[in-house]
Ligand binder design. Structure first.
Ligand code: FAD
Length: 645
């Protein structure tokens, strides 16, 4: 260790780390690198300065490696962002970071857990990620919203994976995304513990004869004797996917019509013939009915949509109609109960493989020379049939627990918080937004005194209320400026939509927390706090809107885009249920800005539906965005669906 490393040595060790392609390799090459530069990894769990000095010290030690320097140059831009510092006005390298006194435990090293860990480390918090597996093996490919591509490039993703979103490509395999994020997290001093499962929380215990705790909040883990059980933390983040293990969060279920998904990965041998085959970035039935009719008449396969991405594998994901799975022998018996229908014993794997091959072959116009299955983590053909009829969302994004005066902030992120609807590709996009939001919340708590806890919780819940409405169109356009500060990312955000008194039930404490802001929003609709994310199907929503606007002169709803532009349809829906809010006779179809603003304001103030844009923006936009309108109008459906006009 005393031998001074040559530039060549450090470059080689760093290169091994950059090239590592499995979790185990990443960890071991990183440990070799740290050992060679005499840097303790993981940084001490008890010293906050060890966490904050880790990255600067690693950077110093590798200053002779041009490759490492070029990555650090990129990463520094993020790491030195003023939002992470305790005093934003006086920040400079080495200044105090906002959460240096906090310790965080993140459950799950999926994309959202790792992205949260990176932000927590930037904020200065000691951060440990616990992951029950020791492999990243998901070949499935994620479509990424443009802001995610900018975000990852800013973190230096291309230095680890040169092909990352090259040219027009806007997707990456989950496995590769996890590898990139893991490497960045390690560089920032995040401790990632593999092969250990989080089982539950252990509250602090009381010291003899006093009301104070002798130990803080810890985790029950498996294996139970792992040293992680002694780690005491102030913040715990549930990022363990849709089967969330962190207790205390109520979940809502959204049940749509039966939806059966099929994912399949074929080997990509990267031949010229394969390179020529065009990707399918999302063919949905409503947009290309002829394609699906031809598919059905030629093969008997009936689909609602299909996506094909080319990366490390040829990846297809599609929604298959039940009758065609039954008639093609994929499903042995037709059951009404979805669990019985899709249980392993009712699926004929051979027929399923044939079905997927035929669909892939037809949709790529028979241009893929080989359709050989890639292998999944279980050593089997990478093909899966899954049910997404039901989806879940947490009612709240965060809550506090307190025992013996030891407070614990519990938060959810990623699929644990809001399970995505995959055909819209919202998983990582909304997952990363939620990661930034929770780190922003952590910062507010770290900097302020206890009196504002409810206010901070209320702000977090206000932001969560808009998460499920976000689309690439209604979020801020300048992606380079995105930080943990919500105002850099969300347009038209009402940070006071939820009040501190409304979130009091989210504070599970011995003492009553202080409510610092008691202002109630005026006439908020009764279901506001418990509003659920709507998963109403577009066709059902459209027919509901047609019914609700029937009889209103000048209103004709034919779609979820241009029919809404002049604002009359929106005003009509509000007017049908709440004639007191809109003077219908005063409206004219040419007043696009006024009509829309009127409806947006009424919905925000009286129904608790946050606007997705302003009336002016609607008037100036040449086209109305389908996804944005779908998510916005579905809020009205949720509010009114059980009420009589
Ligand atoms: P996960 O990726 O599920 O990670 C959770 C991690 O927690 C796992 O590594 C797991 O091993 C670990 N874990 C679980 N329990 C424990 C425990 N008790 N202790 C320790 N560790 C634990 N998203 C997109 O952005 N774009 C798309 O195009 C897209 N397409 C999709 C297509 C399909 C068919 C599906 C099913 C999903 C799609 N998604 C898409 C969603 C995307 O996959 C998820 O949003 C994303 O993987 C969520 O990341 P996460 O970190 O929240 O959870």
């Amino acid at each position: 260790k005393n031998i001074k490393m040559t530039a060549e040595d450090s470059t080689k060790l760093f290169e091994n780390f950059v090239q590592a392609q499995t979790c185990i390799q990443v960890i071991s090459t990183f440990q070799n690198l740290c050992e060679a530069v005499a840097l303790q990894y993981p940084p001490s769990q008890s010293s906050s300065s060890a966490q904050c000095s880790f990255y600067p010290r690693l950077k110093n030690s590798l200053s002779s490696s041009w490759r490492a320097k070029s990555l650090f140059g990129k990463l520094d831009k993020r790491y030195l962002c003023k939002e992470y510092f305790a005093d934003q006005r006086l920040y400079k390298s080495g200044s105090r970071r906002a959460a240096e006194d906090l310790k965080v435990l993140i459950i799950g090293a999926g994309p959202c857990g790792l992205r949260t860990a990176i932000e927590m480390a930037c904020l200065g918090a000691k951060t440990v990620v616990v992951e029950k597996r020791d492999t990243f093996s998901r070949n499935n490919v994620l479509h990424l919203w443009p802001y995610i591509i900018t975000d990852l490039k800013t973190l230096g993703a291309k230095k680890f994976y040169g092909k990352f979103c090259a040219g027009a490509i806007d997707h990456i395999s989950i496995r590769q995304l996890q590898l990139i994020l893991l490497k960045i997290a390690l560089i920032l001093g995040v401790e990632v513990v593999f092969n250990v499962s989080f089982e539950g929380l252990c509250p602090p215990t009381q010291t003899e004869a006093s009301q104070t705790a002798n130990k803080g909040w810890t985790a029950r883990v498996s294996p139970s004797n792992h040293s992680l059980r002694n780690y005491e933390f102030d913040v715990v983040v549930g990022a363990d996917g849709k089967r969330n293990t962190l207790q205390g969060f109520k979940r809502k279920e959204f049940r749509g019509k039966l939806a059966i998904g099929l994912t399949v990965n074929f080997i990509n041998r990267h031949t010229t013939a394969e390179a020529k085959v065009e990707e399918i970035s999302g063919v949905a039935y409503i947009f290309n009915q002829q394609f699906f009719k031809d598919l059905q008449s030629e093969t008997g396969i009936d689909l609602e949509n299909i996506v094909y991405y080319k990366g490390e594998t040829h990846y297809f994901v599609m929604t298959a109609k039940k009758h065609s799975l039954v008639s093609k022998g994929v499903l042995k018996q037709d059951y009404d109960n979805t669990n019985e229908l899709l249980c392993y014993n009712n699926i004929d794997q051979e027929e399923l493989m044939k079905y997927a091959k035929e669909a892939a072959d037809f949709s790529t116009r028979h241009q893929l020379p080989h359709l050989d299955f890639a292998i999944n983590q279980y050593g089997q053909s990478d093909i899966a049939l899954f049910d997404f009829t039901c989806m879940y969302a947490a009612e709240n994004a965060a809550l506090f627990r307190e025992t013996y005066r030891q407070k614990l902030l519990c938060c959810l992120v990623g699929d644990s918080l809001l399970e995505p609807f995959w055909p819209m590709g919202t998983g990582c996009a909304r997952g990363f937004l939620a990661a930034f939001d929770l780190v922003w919340m952590t910062k507010q708590l770290a900097l302020k005194n206890n009196k504002v806890e409810l206010a901070v919780l209320a702000e977090r819940e206000s932001i969560y209320r808009v998460l499920h409405q976000t689309t690439p169109q209604n979020t801020m356009k300048n992606h380079q400026d995105y930080t943990i500060a919500p105002s850099t990312r969300y347009a038209n955000l009402n940070l006071k939509a939820v009040t501190p008194s409304q979130v009091k039930p989210l504070f599970d404490t011995e003492a009553t927390p202080m409510v610092v802001d008691l202002v109630e929003p005026p006439n908020v609709h009764k279901s506001f706090l418990t509003r659920k994310v709507s998963m109403v199907r577009p066709s059902k929503l459209l027919s509901w809107c047609q019914k609700m606007t029937e009889g209103y002169p000048g209103v004709e709803v034919n779609d979820l885009t241009s029919s809404w532009r002049n604002g009359l349809a929106l005003c009509a829906i509000v007017h049908r249920y709440r004639p007191d809010l809109i003077e219908w006779s005063q409206l004219t179809h040419t007043n696009i800005q006024t009509n829309n603003q009127l409806a947006f304001d009424a919905a925000e103030q009286h129904l608790g539906i946050s606007p997705v844009m302003t009336g002016k923006e609607m008037a100036e936009k040449p086209e109305v965005d389908h996804l944005m309108m779908l998510t916005y109008i579905s809020q009205f459906y949720e509010v009114f669906k059980n009420e009589k006009p």
